[in-house]
Ligand binder design. Structure first.
Ligand SMILES: [Zn+2]
Length: 278
């Protein structure tokens, strides 16, 4: 993909800063095990264990000029800001820019301590997206989904969770989940995840209208969406698929909802909660 001219100021570079466990003990272990089991994106897990124990570490100013990956991430982030500011303004609302934290190994967030192995996540408690750039290496090597647009899609999906947070959707889902059984609560998580994929598609639609997409980009994003579907991740991890524990949706579902956002470019097409079929 091509990048626009603008770069976002909302990137925090915390790479090289090793975070001590903020939660400690059993809580962290449980989150880590669950995240390992699910494969990636422990956002829903972390939502449920928000703590106040944020240790605000000093972050070095991002080195935009000398680090092409940081330049890329802040370029994509800037484009999501432009997209969602306009979308919110068109609805009479105001988009609050989230921060994007780059980290290595581990990081402390308002949602607790996180390890790189957990994959990218969004923390509603501090409105920050956390990405360990080594996840991009996993995308290329472990998930065989290379390409800059696959990387952009990962950011856009997490930003989708921020949009859901601003709209109050995440909070609604969370309180609903407390009343439901495990399998039903997982169903809601799947809908939340697929909606984030659809919102990533809406962003891709806007990026396309700004002529930022190149040939093959959409295929890259679709490959990434499909590669990190729960059914495929689970099959790799345990050799079989257990649908009740899905929290992200199958590869086919993720692809379908991303496409839906991409082709329609309309947020109201992303109503996974009202859909009869996912
Ligand atoms: Zn997600």
């Amino acid at each position: 993909m091509r990048l626009g001219d603008r770069r976002s100021d909302n990137v925090e570079d915390r790479r090289g800063i090793r975070a001590g466990p903020a939660l400690g003990g059993v809580g962290t272990v449980v989150v880590l095990l669950l995240a390992w089991y699910l494969g990636i994106d422990p956002t829903p897990l972390l939502q449920q264990m928000q703590t106040d124990s944020v240790s605000d570490q000093p972050a070095a100013p991002p080195d935009l000029q000398h680090d092409p990956l940081v330049d890329f991430v802040s370029g994509v982030l800037a484009d999501t800001e432009d997209t969602w500011r306009a979308e919110f303004a068109a609805r009479g609302g105001r988009y609050v820019d989230p921060k994007l934290v780059l980290f290595s190994d581990s990081v402390s967030s308002a949602c607790g301590h996180a390890e790189a192995a957990m994959g990218p996540f969004y923390c509603p408690g501090d409105q920050k997206v956390y990405i360990d750039l080594s996840f991009y290496r996993d995308l290329r090597e472990r998930f065989a989904a290379p390409g800059d647009f696959a990387e952009a899609y990962v950011i856009a999906h997490e930003i989708g969770h921020h949009v859901q947070n601003l709209l109050g959707i995440s909070e609604q889902v969370q309180s609903e989940q407390q009343r439901l059984s495990g399998a039903q609560a997982n169903q809601l998580s799947v809908k939340l995840e697929l909606q984030a994929d659809c919102l990533a598609g809406v962003w891709a639609n806007r990026a396309d209208s700004r002529q930022l997409l190149e040939t093959g980009d959409v295929d890259e994003a679709l490959a990434a969406a499909s590669a990190i579907g729960d059914d495929r991740l689970q099959r790799e991890a345990q050799g079989r698929v257990t649908p009740d524990s899905f929290t992200h949706g199958t590869s086919a579902q993720r692809t379908r909802w991303f496409k839906r956002g991409l082709e329609s470019g309309a947020m109201d097409q992303c109503d996974t909660f009202g859909a009869t079929q996912l």
